[in-house]
Ligand binder design. Sequence first.
Ligand SMILES: CC(C)(COP(=O)(O)OP(=O)(O)OC[C@H]1O[C@@H](n2cnc3c(N)ncnc32)[C@H](O)[C@@H]1OP(=O)(O)O)[C@@H](O)C(=O)NCCC(=O)NCCS
Length: 262
Amino acid sequence: MLNQHPSVFEELKKVDALVDARNEPEMVTERLPFTVRVVRSEEDILKAVAVRHSAYARHVPVFAQGLREPEDDDLKPNVAIMLAESKLDGSPLGTVRVQINHDRPLNMESSVELPSWLRQSTIADARRLGVVGGGAGRMVKMILFKALFQYWANNGVDWAVVAARPPLNRTYEKLMFSDVLDGGTFIPHPREHNVPHQVLAFEIATAKERWTAANHPLLTFMSYTHHPDIDVGQPVAFGPAKSKFTPRAGDDERNAIRQTAL
Ligand SMILES: CC(C)(COP(=O)(O)OP(=O)(O)OC[C@H]1O[C@@H](n2cnc3c(N)ncnc32)[C@H](O)[C@@H]1OP(=O)(O)O)[C@@H](O)C(=O)NCCC(=O)NCCS
């Protein structure tokens, strides 16, 4: 006859789980003076392009000349553009673009050969990050990062992969991205005027666990603060997506933000 009594080991596991649950910090809700969402209309995309252009113009004016209009990549399937907008007057405050490798390699893969373990995974990038200047821009940047992590997690991304030039690579290192090319390599990025870029990756599923283990200063912000003003939408359909400007089922469910493991 089977022993109906749980083993001591199983009992101890339950006790451990209870202790972990008790130690879990409370979730707090924080409202922002701006919203972040995925663009859905031509008007939205032009707002994102405007703030992108002005951000790049501050730092790399010659390169920014080519960013006055939407780029081809803005309109491709499996690409999402996030837009931060002021609640006060609707002005654009920041933007970032994400591609998931569902239907083709990431844009950066035309310049760099990623290790095969990454190529065989669902990977996504973050490009064209740009924010308004000053302190407001810094807050917008952090919230755009949080939106990125939510978007990656909601859409089943295994690894986020970025190519960043110094000193901007430091931001990713601080978030615990690590170098994916042997020897901490900086590769010249032909599509970015051959400026050396560092290629870094981050495993999405273990984000909270690793930030917790590292007692990361952004853990509370990333994992224990609910920001209802971030709406990264429903997961995108796998495979060839429809035009960015075609409404998709579920688009109106703005507030149904899935609480992810982040
Ligand atoms: C990227 C960005 C969002 C970072 O914002 P932030 O964390 O508030 O940081 P700052 O704007 O103060 O920039 C941090 C440093 O990076 C430098 N930097 C910013 N963009 C840069 C660029 N494109 N190329 C080289 N250096 C750049 C700044 O001059 C600053 O250097 P410093 O510390 O020596 O003064 C913001 O700089 C921005 O909008 N940049 C324009 C767009 C851009 O370059 N995006 C990068 C895509 S990889």
